[in-house]
Design a protein around this ligand. Structure first.
Ligand SMILES: Nc1nc2c(c(=O)[nH]1)N[C@H]1C(S)=C(S)[C@@H](COP(=O)(O)OP(=O)(O)OC[C@H]3O[C@@H](n4cnc5c(=O)[nH]c(N)nc54)[C@H](O)[C@@H]3O)O[C@H]1N2
Ligand SMILES: Nc1nc2c(c(=O)[nH]1)N[C@H]1C(S)=C(S)[C@@H](COP(=O)(O)OP(=O)(O)OC[C@H]3O[C@@H](n4cnc5c(=O)[nH]c(N)nc54)[C@H](O)[C@@H]3O)O[C@H]1N2
Ligand code: SF4
Ligand SMILES: [Mo]
Length: 741
């Protein structure tokens, strides 16, 4: 009989890094609970943490590599799978060119320590410039703004939520998402604390979200118009003499030049477009400026929309102009134990554009909205091979339906993933890594985005099955073969580094970076934070509140914030065209996204405890809006865009702005060739079948997943014995049914 043991680590599913306590008897998990002694999360967890057990025990989770054959999938041994994967990708590269094999790295990669520490080895071996990641359906604007302003794409400030008295939130729902680019477990508790110190939480969102419900104030905003509201706020700040950059002015030049650009954006001018009254805009500015400790923050709703980059920039300007950057209770930078910025490229802008549509690149990446067309449109450098790692772009990227078709056309595809899902079904070889509980965990990225400086390192709970591989081990095996197959000349020094890295594994490099980080002893091996000391503190260590770090820590060599005003203000032309020079189309509704506490993008739906209960893949619509289109409760709606459509159940609710509808992403399982027994039984539909790859934020190339125009048509249904269809007269229906919420 195995003895009962307790293991502490951080949950890797979302950005909150909650401490968890796993009790197990041998390989049998007895319970997963919140770790009350975790100094940061203090026992808080959400329902997903317990589902880590389902993931570990899931019979559908792949544990052996598989090769697609004429008669279906065949399990093979690792060397055979690696050989086939490398041979297939190399053949395409040799025949058509290095860049004709693309890569797509998905979100869980960022939650994977090995992926973060050793990912570059695989990219270097693949040597393809056709790089895509989930960044361009997500936080790309944050990277570009930080690169411009501070000099490094990862120098991203986070709201000092624990010390602010005014938390102004644009397009984020942290009560459900548990915070993004703001690692802060137990948001509800942190909100309570703000309110207890008489602070305010103001939410700007087209939906009265779970976060808005706990806020002190909420304003509906028409999707995609945040830039106008933000410009008007800055305009009011100038007119009403509220510009107070304080010490930031001594290392930021050009602040005076801002006013000329914002002058046209009076509250009166933007009110009807945004849906927020002029006097509300003025009082919002007044209250924000009156509070000593205030912060303006925005996430998915502002990042992934038509003016995502401009909006994130304006949010940062508001924080700078009011002196709230790098100040207690404002937007602050972390001082992480693992100095991730020191290990990564600061980023770069170049003239490089995507082949077919000419969309911009940032650093080494191209926007994922262009991936399908790069596969489908013939020509030199057309993509013919693909490597996906921890991603499900068929469900996650705009017009996933088209990508689904495009993937079938590839000459060769390899997926590093432990599920046979909507994306990996198209692979020729699947290389499944171990599950999260079978590996070490250290949050390389999220510690650097946390609202408090903390650190925690945990070893695997369970030893991997014999022969099983970590993601990073798969990278090294694949890399060696890719290099050998193409006969690439690699300098001896690089070969040596790669050889040593693979032999060393994760702990030595992490220890090295910790020792040389802000809490490490440097050359004094007896002092400071080391991996060994972290191991002695299984609940994690608290390294204190966020500290002011500017201007010394600015990455720009001149230790100045560079406003790059011209670059951003050039986008005002597009803004004017979109909202003041184009007639609005009343026949369309604006589609926005939605997250649920029991989902994690597209890939945790194979856990029964997370998908059970009432259908969550529904469309939210306001009662007036429902009445206008003749929709009654219990009815399905056909939602179309660009000749594509999905049909799903409507929920009539006044928590959504009239004219706006909301559908969650990550659903739409049930494809024939997948192996997701639970998920397929709760399939839902994929909203990204009707989002639009051609609708992008042109300044950044980021996808537009919020504010997508769609057309709604109710589908036949029966209400109180009455058949309701597209042509039914709504006035003949029982009123209360129509109005019901
Ligand atoms: N439970 C759960 N947690 C998650 C995830 C999950 O799938 N499930 N995913 C994780 C990931 S990958 C991420 S990136 C984060 C995202 O974290 P958040 O950004 O906090 O989460 P979202 O729910 O996407 O919040 C976006 C909000 O923007 C609003 N919105 C939409 N359009 C607009 C607009 O034009 N303007 C404004 N002002 N608001 C708008 C939406 O109504 C929504 O409330 O969540 C992470 N956490
Ligand atoms: N309409 C709409 N679309 C959206 C969004 C939205 O709000 N609205 N949100 C966007 C956002 S913020 C994001 S981040 C993206 C996410 O987009 P993706 O990253 O493409 O998709 P995920 O659903 O996170 O899929 C993760 C995949 O990784 C696998 N996986 C999980 N853990 C591991 C691991 O440790 N190793 C390996 N090798 N594989 C693993 C899973 O099996 C799954 O196949 O979706 C985006 N798409
Ligand atoms: S909020 Fe939930 S999913 Fe996110 S880290 Fe905490 S327990 Fe895990
Ligand atoms: Mo994300």
């Amino acid at each position: 009989m195995a003895k009962v043991e307790t293991h502490y680590r951080a949950c890797n599913l979302c950005e909150a890094m909650c401490g968890i306590k796993i009790t197990h008897e041998g390989k049998q998990i007895l319970s997963i609970k919140g770790d009350e002694n975790d100094p940061f999360s203090q026992g808080y967890i959400c329902p997903k943490a317990t589902a880590l057990q389902d993931l570990y025990e899931d019979p559908d989770r792949l544990t052996k590599p598989m090769i697609k054959t004429a008669s279906g999938w065949q399990e093979v041994d690792w060397p055979q799978a690696f050989d086939a994967a490398a041979a297939g990708l190399s053949k395409v590269q040799q025949q058509y060119g290095q860049d004709t094999v693309a890569s797509y790295f998905g979100n869980p990669n960022v939650h994977n320590t090995g992926g973060m520490v050793f990912g570059s080895f695989l990219m270097n071996a693949l040597k393809s410039k056709s790089r895509y990641t989930a960044t361009s359906v997500d936080q790309l604007p944050h990277h570009i703004v930080s690169y411009h302003l501070f000099g490094h794409q990862l120098q991203i400030p986070v709201p000092d939520i624990d010390r602010t008295d005014f938390f102004l939130v644009f397009g984020a729902n942290p009560v459900v998402s548990n915070g993004s680019i703001m690692t802060a477990p137990n948001i509800k508790q942190r909100f309570k604390a703000i309110k207890a110190r008489s602070g305010k939480i103001v939410v700007i969102d087209p939906r009265k979200t779970e976060t808005a419900a706990l806020a002190t104030e909420h304003h509906f905003i028409r999707p995609g118009t945040d830039a106008l509201l933000l410009l008007a706020m800055i305009q009011v700040m100038f007119v009403e003499d509220k510009i107070r950059p304080g010490r930031l002015a001594s290392f930021t030049s050009g602040l005076d030049e801002i006013q000329q650009y914002v002058t046209p954006y009076t509250p009166e001018r933007v009110a009807s477009v945004t849906g927020i009254a002029a006097d509300q805009i003025r009082s919002l500015v007044n209250e924000f400026c009156a509070e000593r400790r205030a912060v303006c923050y925005g996430r998915m709703g502002v990042s992934v929309q038509q003016f995502g980059l401009l909006s994130q920039y304006l949010i940062m300007l508001i924080n700078i102009l009011t002196g709230r950057l790098d100040t207690e209770g404002g937007m602050m930078f972390t001082t992480p134990a693992f100095n991730v910025m020191g290990q990564t490229s600061p980023g770069y802008m170049s003239d490089r554009r995507s082949r077919v549509r000419g969309l911009p690149s940032f650093s080494s990446e191209l926007p994922v909205s262009t991936l399908a067309e790069e596969i489908l449109v013939p020509g030199e450098q057309q993509i013919r091979g693909l490597l996906t790692v921890a991603g499900n772009p068929v469900l996650s990227t705009p017009n996933g339906a088209q990508l689904n078709k495009a993937l079938q056309q590839l000459d060769f595809m390899v997926s590093v993933d432990f599920y046979l899902n909507e994306t990996t079904q198209h692979a020729d070889v699947i290389l499944p890594p171990v599950s999260p509980l079978e590996r070490e965990h250290f949050d390389v990225i999220f510690n650097s985005l946390a609202v408090r400086n903390t650190a925690k390192y945990a070893r695997a709970v369970f030893a991997p099955e014999p022969g099983a591989k970590h993601d990073w081990q798969i990278y090294f095996e694949l890399s060696k073969r890719l290099v050998a197959a193409r006969d690439v000349k690699v300098p001896l020094s690089k070969k040596l580094v790669s050889f040593l890295a693979e032999k060393m594994g994760l702990e030595l490099p992490i220890d090295f970076v910790l020792r040389n980080g802000p809490y490490g002893g440097g050359w004094n091996i007896f002092k400071g934070l080391t991996l060994k000391r972290l191991l002695q503190q299984p609940h994690g260590v608290d390294l204190g509140p966020l500290k002011s770090t500017l201007p010394q820590n600015l990455t720009h060599k001149d230790k100045q914030i560079h406003l790059h005003l011209a670059f951003y203000m050039a986008d005002l032309k597009r803004l004017e065209e979109a909202f003041f020079q184009t007639a609005s189309d009343d026949s369309v509704s604006l589609l926005i996204g939605r997250r649920d506490l029991r989902t994690n993008n597209s890939w945790m739906h194979n856990s029964k405890r997370l998908v059970k209960g009432k259908q969550r893949c529904t469309i939210l619509i306001h009662p007036e809006h429902a009445l206008r289109i003749g929709l009654v409760p219990g009815q399905q709606i056909k939602v179309s865009n660009g000749g594509r459509h999905i049909t799903l159940l409507a929920e009539i609710t006044d928590t959504i702005m009239p004219g706006v509808v909301s559908i969650p992403h990550g659903w739409g399982h049930g494809a024939d060739n997948t192996k997701l027994s639970v998920a397929n039984a709760h399939a839902g539909v994929s909203v990204n079948d009707i989002t639009d790859e051609n609708r992008v934020d042109e300044l950044s190339g980021n996808a537009v997943l919020n504010g997508v125009p769609v057309v709604l048509v109710p589908v036949e249904a029966e209400v109180d014995g009455l058949v309701v269809n597209e042509s039914a007269n709504v006035d003949e229906l029982p009123r209360q049914k129509v109005y019901a919420k």
